[in-house]
Design a protein around this ligand. Structure first.
Ligand SMILES: Nc1ncnc2c1ncn2[C@@H]1O[C@H](COP(=O)(O)OP(=O)(O)OP(=O)(O)O)[C@@H](O)[C@H]1O
Ligand SMILES: [Mg+2]
Length: 392
């Protein structure tokens, strides 16, 4: 900013601000006017600062700006010589409600606060002139602000719809990934009834069993085929987006004994024995197909872990929380690093054909039933899984 010579009387007379004064009065006012030259983009007043000057435009353009939501909005542009600003904070004796910046190089006449207030008091016509100007300014900024807020509202609305669409997409993907995980868990577990069916078929082929026993093997095969069909049906149901549990009231002892019957032969074939201890005969409210797959994955791991003459024990007890199942083998056990990762998807250790999905599936199914699972294992001694879940 630089100070220039004050304009002569005629030049001042041509400005609307001075239209209410006669020449003599303008002559007197001229004594306390200062003429300032501002460069483009130079800030003349900042929002919130205390006002001590009135500004009258001589040449150029001034933008009145206000900070809204962290962004600067141009509320008004003063480009007519004689247009003035800065009067409101002087009259109110409050901080500036908006800032002013040079939109291009311009000249401003300034009148100090005390002189301006004295003029206002002395010349009622000037008060009226200022009142009209303030009313115009408020009407203009009102419209401008309404438009700004309408625009902001539209932006918020658009952002809201985008967010909603993104959230819906996220939910859709989450559902797809759940369907994918469940589908792959069924594909993983589908080999279990198949292995059992093959086992029974081999027994029948070997011959030497009584007709009653052979009929029992056939019934077992039929049960395993039903389980296989239930799994394929579950897969098809996922396609419709249905992934929840299908809980039924099941007798715990029957449920465990049925599973033992289906897997036992495979343990016996490899020289192991399976022991069962069911202290707690109770009805449980579970998705039997899924829960059985959870337990079978533990059984098949035990089968892999035991070298010879192993013992696999299944126990059911009651706890304060509901039911406690223990599944223990006398196999090779696990080193610490394996123990920490066994429930991770695709973690497999020491097996040439392991997918590493078995125990992650088990854990998910147990948790779907509001249960928990933990493992205790000692190298060369064996491994014990503890599952705790509520009966209903
Ligand atoms: N009873 C156990 N004794 C020793 N190690 C075990 C036992 N159960 C699991 N593990 C270890 O945990 C790993 C992960 O088991 P998980 O059932 O998830 O996958 P996997 O058995 O390798 O593969 P899949 O189940 O597809 O055949 C196994 O590879 C094995 O190293
Ligand atoms: Mg496994």
């Amino acid at each position: 900013m630089k100070t220039l010579p004050t304009p002569n009387i005629n030049e001042l007379k041509s400005l609307s601000f001075f239209s209410v004064f006669n020449e003599e009065e303008i002559e007197q006012i001229r004594d306390f006017i200062e003429n300032r030259l501002y460069k483009k983009d130079e800030i003349i007043i900042s929002e919130e600062e205390i006002g001590d000057l009135l500004f009258i435009l001589l040449r150029g353009t001034v933008s009145i700006i206000k900070n809204i939501d962290g962004g600067e909005e141009v509320l008004n542009t003063i480009d007519k010589p004689g247009g003035f600003f800065g009067e409101m904070s002087i009259i109110e004796d409050k901080p500036r409600s908006a800032g002013a910046v040079a939109a291009e190089d311009y000249e401003l006449l300034t009148i100090e606060k005390d002189n301006f207030l004295a003029l206002v008091k002395q010349f009622p016509d000037l008060s009226m002139h200022i009142a009209v100007s303030i009313a115009n300014y408020l009407r203009q900024t009102d419209m401008k602000l309404i438009n700004i807020f309408k625009q902001k509202n539209r932006e918020i609305e658009t952002a809201y719809y985008k967010l909603q669409a993104a959230q819906e997409e996220l939910v859709r993907r989450e559902r797809l990934s759940t369907v994918g995980k469940l589908a792959s868990s069924i594909v993983h577990d589908i080999k279990n009834p198949m292995t059992a069916i093959r086992g029974y078929a081999e027994l029948i082929k070997g011959g030497g069993y009584s007709t009653k026993k052979t009929a029992k093997f056939a019934v077992n095969i039929m049960n395993e085929v039903d389980r296989f069909l239930a799994m394929t049906q579950e897969l098809l149901t996922f396609a419709t987006g249905e992934t929840g549990l299908k809980r039924d009231k099941i007798n715990l002892r029957d449920f465990i004994m049925e599973m033992v019957e289906s897997i036992e032969q495979q343990f016996i074939d490899r020289g192991h024995q399976v022991k069962c201890r069911i202290d707690y005969d109770v009805n449980v409210f579970i998705d039997a197909n899924r829960f059985r797959r959870a337990l079978e994955n533990i059984c098949y791991n035990a089968l892999d872990a035991m070298q010879e003459k192993g013992t696999f024990t299944i126990e059911a007890h009651s706890t304060d929380f509901g039911i406690k199942l223990l599944l223990a083998d006398s196999g090779c056990g696990m080193i610490d690093i394996v123990k920490t990762h066994i429930f991770d998807e695709f973690f497999s250790h020491g097996k040439s054909h392991g997918t590493g999905l078995g125990l992650s599936i088990t854990k998910r199914i147990v948790e779907e039933h509001n249960g928990s699972i933990k493992v205790d294992s000692e190298v060369d001694e064996g491994t014990k899984f503890t599952i705790i879940f509520p009966a209903n």
